[in-house]
Design a protein around this ligand. Structure first.
Ligand SMILES: Nc1ncnc2c1ncn2[C@@H]1O[C@H](COP(=O)(O)OP(=O)(O)OP(=O)(O)O)[C@@H](O)[C@H]1O
Length: 570
């Protein structure tokens, strides 16, 4: 319930329009009741007058019928227009709100989420929240208004008939929906959770299509996904059957109410205390009231899935960001200093970094080397404020980094990450991620420095060449160089390169390292590497092992020690 209330509180801005939509919906249903009642009264009155050979004024009743028919159509149209408009406005607000809450969580707090599941939350779950008003709240509130007015109208004619209608309305409007909820809530919840998991599995399957073709020729993975899809389909079918049965149930209760009103009114008609036209009017009005109750079983069916979707969205939104992104502007310049820094990843058996003291002064070049898993990339994640240290202090220009706006700090850092993401876009668009206004000449210069301009110019479409999803149409070396060119376009005073030579042959590695060192002239450089290439030109080499600094010093001292290949080969 608290989830639903929280969802309602998010709809505050649209509340006025939603209230109007509910009133219009109730007006449309009451007009329908009025239309049926007036028609029943008019036809019976005409028949009675005809049988008695008496004259009757047909104009008032036919005017009422026309008026009800017009208000029914107008109110229904208005309800759809206003209700959908309010809901779409709500959804249009919700999606950017959710996205803006998601962004500060990336990358650290979203690492264990599958991208397909995040997409499902952003799309399917948010879409499903439209049910909260259109399929749940609006029909329930409108039905309450319609039943209250109809029962009061009946009570003005006959108290017992009014009670009968109230009883039948409770059966159709509460009993049948409660049954539908009890029988369908499991399937409905499974659908909400399963759709995300299914979409995530599909995305995974497509991304790993090449590996599956190699390792899974029998298609076991595909069969698992198909089984997931079949289970979702079975739940959909169960809900559709339940919806059909519930519709018939409400129809049956309506017929019982109709017959009940006829039977209960018959003695009064025979006794002359109830006119035959009023008798028909009450019976048809009672029948029409159930049209307003018909959507309620579906509302109950939609409730568990809507709540499950809302919970999935709130669960992410409520996750605390790993670092506080807000803060003061960054100092214009300064060094990055780690003092006694430690980091343990959530759920890890031991610390990734212990007691790290490291200074990256302006213009100074520091290399961090060490075996795989020794904590080198974690240092960069801390510098970028993707994570916060468990203890110790990190300062930039003497100011603790947690007090600096994260984006302002990141603008000072040009970073070439180990697995820099390439977007499914053109070479030019990938470069301009670093600077949307970069001129073609600047892009070409950055590519020349990174040693990829020759490749770009050899392509028929040059910079407009499409790189494929994750840069799949580029070789590993080309992708690294393109990412490096992008880093250069950022023109930051501090460079951090995480394994820039990974996957490159010896010649290319030397070329890329020489480009890195040229670009780093006059800037601070933190070089994370397994390779010995370029280390002799560093100011300091820091050797990490199991998260601790085990040696540090100028290259002439440390390189002797690095002769041990076990240390640098991961
Ligand atoms: N997101 C994470 N969650 C949990 N543990 C992590 C995470 N990232 C890294 N680790 C662990 O922290 C330790 C240090 O990892 P890190 O990536 O910093 O090492 P590395 O020296 O850069 O390794 P490599 O040279 O292989 O890239 C490793 O034991 C790793 O398993």
């Amino acid at each position: 319930m608290s989830t639903f209330l929280r969802l309602l509180s998010l709809m505050r801005r649209e509340a006025g329009w939603m209230a109007l939509a509910v009133l219009l919906s109730a007006a449309a249903s009451l007009s329908h009741v009025g239309l049926m009642a007036a028609s029943g009264w008019f036809i019976t009155a005409m028949a009675v007058a005809g049988a008695a050979g008496a004259a009757m004024n047909p104009f008032t009743a036919s005017a009422a019928i026309r008026a009800f028919a017009l208000t029914r159509t107008g109110a229904r149209y208005g309800e759809r227009l206003v209700g959908h408009d309010a809901t779409l406005r709500f959804l249009a607000r919700l999606r950017p709100w959710f996205f803006s809450r998601l962004v500060p969580l990336a990358p650290a707090a979203l690492e264990e989420e599958r991208s397909g599941d995040l997409l499902a939350r952003l799309r399917t779950d948010i879409d499903r929240l439209e049910f909260a008003f259109l399929r749940i709240l609006s029909p329930v509130l409108a039905a309450l208004v319609v039943v209250a007015v109809a029962v009061a109208f009946m009570a003005a004619h006959d108290g017992a008939i009014a009670l009968l209608l109230l009883g039948m309305a409770v059966v159709a409007g509460a009993g049948v929906p409660a049954l539908v909820y009890a029988l369908g809530s499991g399937a409905s919840r499974r659908l909400a959770a399963g759709t995300g998991a299914y979409e995530a599995a599909l995305v995974d399957h497509l991304e790993g299509a090449a590996e599956l073709a190699i390792y899974d020729p029998a298609g076991r993975h595909r069969l698992l996904i198909e089984a997931q899809g079949d289970a979702l389909l079975a739940d959909e079918q169960r809900l559709a059957s339940l919806a059909g049965a519930a519709g018939s149930g409400v129809g049956l209760v309506a017929q019982v109410a109709f017959l009940g009103v006829l039977l209960m009114g018959a003695p009064a008609v025979l006794g002359g205390t109830l006119g035959a036209p009023d008798w028909a009017m009450l019976a048809l009005a009672a029948l029409a009231v159930f049209d307003a109750l018909a959507p309620l079983p579906l509302a109950m069916q939609a409730l568990p899935a809507t709540l499950a979707s809302a919970r999935r969205i709130f669960a992410l939104v409520d996750r605390p960001p790993p670092v506080n992104e807000a803060g003061a502007p960054a100092p214009p310049e300064g060094g990055l200093v780690f003092s006694g820094v430690g980091l343990t990843y959530p759920g890890a058996s031991g610390p990734a970094l212990v007691d790290i003291d490291l200074t990256l002064a302006p213009g100074r070049h520091v290399a961090v080397v060490g075996p795989s898993g020794s904590g080198k990339s974690s240092l960069i994640a801390l510098a970028l404020r993707f994570r916060a240290p468990d203890h110790g202090r990190i300062t930039f220009g003497g100011v603790p980094v947690e007090t600096i706006e994260a984006d302002a700090l990141r603008r000072r850092l040009g970073v070439l990450q180990q697995d820099d993401h390439l977007f499914a876009d053109t070479l030019m668009d990938n470069l301009r991620v670093a600077d949307p206004d970069a001129s073609p000449a600047r892009c070409a210069a950055a590519c020349a420095t990174a040693g990829i301009l020759g490749f770009v110019e050899a392509q028929p479409l040059k910079f407009e060449t499409f790189v494929g999803a994750h840069g799949t149409s580029l070789s590993g070396g080309e992708a690294r160089r393109l990412a490096f060119a992008r880093t250069l376009l950022k023109d930051a005073p501090m460079l951090m390169c995480d394994e820039p030579l990974e996957g490159l042959d010896a010649n290319t590695a030397r070329e890329v390292m020489s480009a890195v060192l040229d670009v780093a002239q006059g800037r601070a450089l933190l070089l994370v590497t397994h390779s010995l290439v370029g280390l002799s030109r560093m100011d300091e080499i820091v050797v990490l092992e199991a998260g601790r600094i085990i040696r540090r010093g100028p290259p002439e001292e440390v390189l002797l020690f690095l002769d041990n290949p076990d240390l640098i080969e991961g």
